[in-house]
Design a protein around this ligand. Structure first.
Ligand code: NDP
Ligand code: 8X3
Length: 247
Protein backbone atom coordinates (compact mmCIF):
# COMPACT_ATOMS: atom_id res chain seq x y z
CA UNK A 1 0.00 0.00 0.00
CA UNK A 2 1.35 3.44 -0.96
CA UNK A 3 1.51 6.34 1.47
CA UNK A 4 0.81 10.00 0.77
CA UNK A 5 1.07 13.11 2.90
CA UNK A 6 -1.37 15.91 2.09
CA UNK A 7 -0.82 19.33 3.62
CA UNK A 8 -3.94 21.36 4.31
CA UNK A 9 -6.31 18.40 4.52
CA UNK A 10 -8.89 20.05 6.77
CA UNK A 11 -10.77 21.72 3.94
CA UNK A 12 -11.24 22.14 0.21
CA UNK A 13 -8.77 20.61 -2.22
CA UNK A 14 -6.63 18.96 0.46
CA UNK A 15 -9.57 17.29 2.15
CA UNK A 16 -10.98 16.08 -1.16
CA UNK A 17 -7.53 14.80 -2.17
CA UNK A 18 -7.18 12.91 1.09
CA UNK A 19 -10.56 11.27 0.46
CA UNK A 20 -9.77 10.47 -3.17
CA UNK A 21 -6.41 8.89 -2.32
CA UNK A 22 -7.83 6.92 0.62
CA UNK A 23 -10.77 5.74 -1.51
CA UNK A 24 -8.24 4.57 -4.10
CA UNK A 25 -6.42 2.45 -1.52
CA UNK A 26 -3.65 4.79 -0.38
CA UNK A 27 -2.67 5.45 3.21
CA UNK A 28 -2.78 9.19 3.83
CA UNK A 29 -1.16 11.43 6.43
CA UNK A 30 -3.66 14.27 6.62
CA UNK A 31 -2.23 17.51 8.01
CA UNK A 32 -3.53 20.91 9.05
CA UNK A 33 -4.19 23.02 12.12
CA UNK A 34 -7.84 22.13 12.78
CA UNK A 35 -7.54 18.94 14.80
CA UNK A 36 -11.30 18.27 14.94
CA UNK A 37 -11.57 18.11 11.17
CA UNK A 38 -8.55 15.84 10.85
CA UNK A 39 -9.95 13.56 13.54
CA UNK A 40 -13.23 13.33 11.61
CA UNK A 41 -11.33 12.38 8.45
CA UNK A 42 -9.31 9.76 10.29
CA UNK A 43 -12.49 8.36 11.85
CA UNK A 44 -14.16 8.12 8.44
CA UNK A 45 -11.30 6.11 6.94
CA UNK A 46 -10.22 4.02 9.92
CA UNK A 47 -6.60 2.86 9.69
CA UNK A 48 -6.06 4.41 6.28
CA UNK A 49 -5.85 8.07 7.33
CA UNK A 50 -3.50 9.35 10.02
CA UNK A 51 -4.15 12.81 11.42
CA UNK A 52 -1.02 14.92 11.94
CA UNK A 53 -1.92 18.26 13.47
CA UNK A 54 0.55 21.08 12.92
CA UNK A 55 0.93 24.54 11.47
CA UNK A 56 2.93 23.98 8.31
CA UNK A 57 5.02 27.11 9.14
CA UNK A 58 6.13 25.62 12.47
CA UNK A 59 9.07 23.38 11.58
CA UNK A 60 9.51 22.05 15.11
CA UNK A 61 5.84 21.04 15.37
CA UNK A 62 5.97 19.54 11.89
CA UNK A 63 9.07 17.51 12.67
CA UNK A 64 7.59 16.31 15.97
CA UNK A 65 4.49 15.12 14.10
CA UNK A 66 6.58 13.41 11.42
CA UNK A 67 8.86 11.80 14.01
CA UNK A 68 5.76 10.48 15.82
CA UNK A 69 4.25 8.83 12.75
CA UNK A 70 3.22 5.21 13.26
CA UNK A 71 5.80 2.93 11.61
CA UNK A 72 3.54 1.99 8.74
CA UNK A 73 3.10 5.65 7.68
CA UNK A 74 6.80 6.51 7.63
CA UNK A 75 7.69 5.50 4.07
CA UNK A 76 6.10 8.35 2.18
CA UNK A 77 5.62 7.86 -1.58
CA UNK A 78 3.74 11.05 -2.42
CA UNK A 79 3.89 14.60 -1.09
CA UNK A 80 0.93 16.80 -1.97
CA UNK A 81 1.91 20.38 -1.16
CA UNK A 82 -1.55 21.91 -0.93
CA UNK A 83 -1.69 24.01 2.26
CA UNK A 84 -1.89 27.63 1.27
CA UNK A 85 -3.95 30.76 1.27
CA UNK A 86 -4.60 34.18 -0.12
CA UNK A 87 -5.19 37.07 2.28
CA UNK A 88 -6.74 40.26 1.02
CA UNK A 89 -7.54 41.71 -2.37
CA UNK A 90 -6.25 45.24 -1.81
CA UNK A 91 -3.79 46.80 -4.24
CA UNK A 92 -0.15 46.63 -3.14
CA UNK A 93 -0.13 50.25 -2.00
CA UNK A 94 -2.93 49.52 0.47
CA UNK A 95 -2.03 45.97 1.41
CA UNK A 96 -1.22 44.73 4.90
CA UNK A 97 2.42 43.67 5.16
CA UNK A 98 1.61 41.02 7.78
CA UNK A 99 -0.80 39.39 5.33
CA UNK A 100 1.94 39.36 2.71
CA UNK A 101 4.31 37.74 5.21
CA UNK A 102 1.74 35.08 6.11
CA UNK A 103 1.25 34.16 2.45
CA UNK A 104 4.98 33.96 1.81
CA UNK A 105 5.61 31.97 5.01
CA UNK A 106 2.83 29.49 4.17
CA UNK A 107 2.78 29.22 0.38
CA UNK A 108 6.53 29.48 -0.19
CA UNK A 109 8.72 28.94 2.88
CA UNK A 110 6.71 26.14 4.46
CA UNK A 111 6.26 24.36 1.12
CA UNK A 112 9.97 24.48 0.43
CA UNK A 113 10.80 23.37 3.95
CA UNK A 114 8.58 20.27 4.04
CA UNK A 115 9.76 19.34 0.56
CA UNK A 116 13.38 19.55 1.71
CA UNK A 117 12.53 17.50 4.81
CA UNK A 118 10.94 14.66 2.82
CA UNK A 119 13.08 14.67 -0.30
CA UNK A 120 15.60 11.99 0.65
CA UNK A 121 12.83 9.50 1.38
CA UNK A 122 10.97 10.38 -1.81
CA UNK A 123 14.14 9.78 -3.81
CA UNK A 124 14.76 6.48 -2.05
CA UNK A 125 11.26 5.30 -3.02
CA UNK A 126 11.11 6.94 -6.46
CA UNK A 127 8.07 8.79 -5.22
CA UNK A 128 6.22 11.86 -6.38
CA UNK A 129 5.49 15.47 -5.49
CA UNK A 130 2.36 17.33 -6.54
CA UNK A 131 2.41 21.04 -5.81
CA UNK A 132 -0.83 23.02 -5.88
CA UNK A 133 0.05 26.32 -7.53
CA UNK A 134 -2.57 28.51 -9.25
CA UNK A 135 -3.49 30.37 -12.40
CA UNK A 136 -2.63 33.39 -10.25
CA UNK A 137 1.01 32.42 -10.70
CA UNK A 138 0.70 32.92 -14.46
CA UNK A 139 -1.89 35.65 -15.01
CA UNK A 140 -1.70 38.89 -13.04
CA UNK A 141 -4.86 40.55 -11.75
CA UNK A 142 -5.51 43.59 -9.54
CA UNK A 143 -5.04 42.63 -5.91
CA UNK A 144 -3.23 39.40 -6.79
CA UNK A 145 0.16 40.93 -5.91
CA UNK A 146 1.93 38.71 -3.36
CA UNK A 147 -0.49 35.77 -3.64
CA UNK A 148 0.25 35.52 -7.37
CA UNK A 149 3.95 35.95 -6.62
CA UNK A 150 3.93 33.01 -4.22
CA UNK A 151 2.20 30.80 -6.78
CA UNK A 152 4.64 31.81 -9.53
CA UNK A 153 7.33 30.65 -7.12
CA UNK A 154 5.58 27.30 -6.70
CA UNK A 155 5.38 26.86 -10.47
CA UNK A 156 9.06 27.59 -11.04
CA UNK A 157 10.22 25.66 -7.97
CA UNK A 158 8.33 22.66 -9.34
CA UNK A 159 10.10 22.85 -12.69
CA UNK A 160 13.49 23.41 -11.05
CA UNK A 161 12.90 20.44 -8.75
CA UNK A 162 12.18 18.37 -11.87
CA UNK A 163 15.50 19.47 -13.23
CA UNK A 164 17.47 18.66 -10.09
CA UNK A 165 15.72 15.31 -9.66
CA UNK A 166 16.54 14.27 -13.21
CA UNK A 167 17.46 10.59 -13.25
CA UNK A 168 16.14 9.84 -9.77
CA UNK A 169 12.78 8.55 -10.96
CA UNK A 170 10.95 11.04 -8.74
CA UNK A 171 7.97 12.68 -10.45
CA UNK A 172 7.22 16.33 -9.82
CA UNK A 173 4.09 18.15 -10.97
CA UNK A 174 2.38 21.47 -10.49
CA UNK A 175 -1.36 21.87 -10.82
CA UNK A 176 -2.58 25.39 -11.61
CA UNK A 177 -6.28 25.60 -10.80
CA UNK A 178 -8.51 28.52 -11.62
CA UNK A 179 -11.67 29.08 -9.61
CA UNK A 180 -12.46 26.25 -7.20
CA UNK A 181 -15.26 26.66 -4.66
CA UNK A 182 -13.71 25.96 -1.25
CA UNK A 183 -13.11 28.01 1.89
CA UNK A 184 -10.44 29.91 -0.07
CA UNK A 185 -12.51 33.09 -0.54
CA UNK A 186 -13.85 32.94 3.01
CA UNK A 187 -10.23 32.93 4.23
CA UNK A 188 -9.13 35.59 1.74
CA UNK A 189 -11.88 37.99 2.83
CA UNK A 190 -11.44 37.40 6.56
CA UNK A 191 -14.65 35.35 6.89
CA UNK A 192 -17.04 37.21 4.56
CA UNK A 193 -19.46 34.44 3.61
CA UNK A 194 -21.48 36.87 1.47
CA UNK A 195 -18.44 37.78 -0.63
CA UNK A 196 -17.61 34.11 -1.06
CA UNK A 197 -21.17 33.23 -2.09
CA UNK A 198 -21.29 36.15 -4.53
CA UNK A 199 -18.04 35.17 -6.21
CA UNK A 200 -19.17 31.63 -6.92
CA UNK A 201 -22.89 32.33 -7.55
CA UNK A 202 -24.04 31.20 -10.98
CA UNK A 203 -20.50 30.49 -12.15
CA UNK A 204 -20.37 26.70 -11.83
CA UNK A 205 -16.84 26.83 -10.42
CA UNK A 206 -14.64 23.77 -10.23
CA UNK A 207 -15.03 21.64 -7.13
CA UNK A 208 -12.37 20.42 -4.76
CA UNK A 209 -13.20 16.94 -6.02
CA UNK A 210 -12.29 18.00 -9.59
CA UNK A 211 -8.78 18.90 -8.44
CA UNK A 212 -8.51 15.85 -6.19
CA UNK A 213 -9.31 13.60 -9.15
CA UNK A 214 -6.53 15.34 -11.08
CA UNK A 215 -4.03 14.76 -8.26
CA UNK A 216 -5.03 11.09 -8.14
CA UNK A 217 -4.72 10.80 -11.93
CA UNK A 218 -1.22 12.32 -11.88
CA UNK A 219 -0.14 10.12 -8.96
CA UNK A 220 -1.31 6.93 -10.63
CA UNK A 221 0.00 7.48 -14.16
CA UNK A 222 2.43 4.84 -15.41
CA UNK A 223 5.84 5.53 -13.85
CA UNK A 224 7.46 6.67 -17.11
CA UNK A 225 5.07 9.67 -17.38
CA UNK A 226 5.48 13.05 -15.69
CA UNK A 227 2.95 15.86 -15.83
CA UNK A 228 5.11 18.98 -15.51
CA UNK A 229 2.34 21.58 -15.21
CA UNK A 230 -1.38 21.35 -15.66
CA UNK A 231 -3.71 24.36 -15.78
CA UNK A 232 -7.42 23.89 -15.16
CA UNK A 233 -10.34 26.31 -15.21
CA UNK A 234 -14.08 26.02 -15.09
CA UNK A 235 -15.68 26.63 -18.49
CA UNK A 236 -17.23 29.77 -17.03
CA UNK A 237 -13.82 31.39 -16.37
CA UNK A 238 -11.40 32.77 -18.96
CA UNK A 239 -9.21 35.81 -19.59
CA UNK A 240 -9.86 39.55 -19.73
CA UNK A 241 -7.81 42.26 -21.34
CA UNK A 242 -5.12 44.71 -20.26
CA UNK A 243 -6.10 47.92 -18.48
CA UNK A 244 -5.14 51.37 -19.72
CA UNK A 245 -4.96 54.49 -17.55
CA UNK A 246 -5.80 57.67 -19.50
CA UNK A 247 -5.39 61.35 -18.87
P1 NDP B 1 -9.19 26.09 1.76
O1 NDP B 1 -9.14 27.36 2.52
O2 NDP B 1 -10.48 25.38 1.66
O3 NDP B 1 -8.10 25.07 2.32
C1 NDP B 1 -6.81 25.52 2.69
C2 NDP B 1 -6.11 24.47 3.48
O4 NDP B 1 -4.78 24.94 3.78
C3 NDP B 1 -6.80 24.16 4.80
O5 NDP B 1 -6.81 22.78 5.02
C4 NDP B 1 -5.91 24.86 5.83
O6 NDP B 1 -5.86 24.11 7.04
C5 NDP B 1 -4.53 24.74 5.15
N1 NDP B 1 -3.61 25.73 5.69
C6 NDP B 1 -3.60 27.07 5.49
N2 NDP B 1 -2.65 27.63 6.25
C7 NDP B 1 -2.06 26.62 6.94
C8 NDP B 1 -1.03 26.57 7.91
N3 NDP B 1 -0.37 27.68 8.32
N4 NDP B 1 -0.67 25.37 8.43
C9 NDP B 1 -1.30 24.25 8.01
N5 NDP B 1 -2.30 24.23 7.10
C10 NDP B 1 -2.66 25.42 6.58
O7 NDP B 1 -8.65 26.46 0.30
P2 NDP B 1 -8.34 25.57 -1.01
O8 NDP B 1 -8.64 24.15 -0.79
O9 NDP B 1 -8.96 26.27 -2.14
O10 NDP B 1 -6.77 25.79 -1.11
C11 NDP B 1 -5.84 24.76 -1.24
C12 NDP B 1 -4.70 25.22 -2.13
O11 NDP B 1 -5.23 25.46 -3.43
C13 NDP B 1 -4.04 26.52 -1.69
O12 NDP B 1 -2.64 26.40 -1.87
C14 NDP B 1 -4.62 27.55 -2.67
O13 NDP B 1 -3.75 28.63 -2.86
C15 NDP B 1 -4.76 26.69 -3.91
N6 NDP B 1 -5.67 27.17 -4.93
C16 NDP B 1 -6.99 27.38 -4.65
C17 NDP B 1 -7.84 27.83 -5.65
C18 NDP B 1 -9.27 28.14 -5.41
O14 NDP B 1 -9.90 28.82 -6.27
N7 NDP B 1 -9.88 27.67 -4.33
C19 NDP B 1 -7.35 28.04 -7.02
C20 NDP B 1 -5.95 27.81 -7.19
C21 NDP B 1 -5.16 27.36 -6.18
P3 NDP B 1 -6.03 24.74 8.51
O15 NDP B 1 -6.64 26.11 8.37
O16 NDP B 1 -6.89 23.77 9.26
O17 NDP B 1 -4.64 24.76 9.05
C1 8X3 C 1 -6.85 30.97 -6.63
C2 8X3 C 1 -7.33 31.44 -7.96
O1 8X3 C 1 -7.84 33.48 -9.37
O2 8X3 C 1 -8.60 33.49 -7.06
O3 8X3 C 1 -5.50 30.67 -6.70
O4 8X3 C 1 -6.28 33.78 -7.57
S1 8X3 C 1 -7.50 33.12 -7.97
Amino acid sequence: MKTAIVTGATSGIGQATTRALADAGWQVIATGRRADRLAALADAFGDRVHAAVFDVRDEAARDAALDALPARFRDIDLLVNNAGLALGTAPAQKADLDQWRTMIDTNVTALVSITHRLLAGLIARKGGIVNIASVAGTYPYPGGNVYGGTKAFVQQFTLNLRSDLHGTGVRVSAIDPGMVETEFTLVRTGGDQGASDTLYAGATPMTAEDIAATVLWIATLPPHLNVNRLELMPVSQSFAGFQVARG
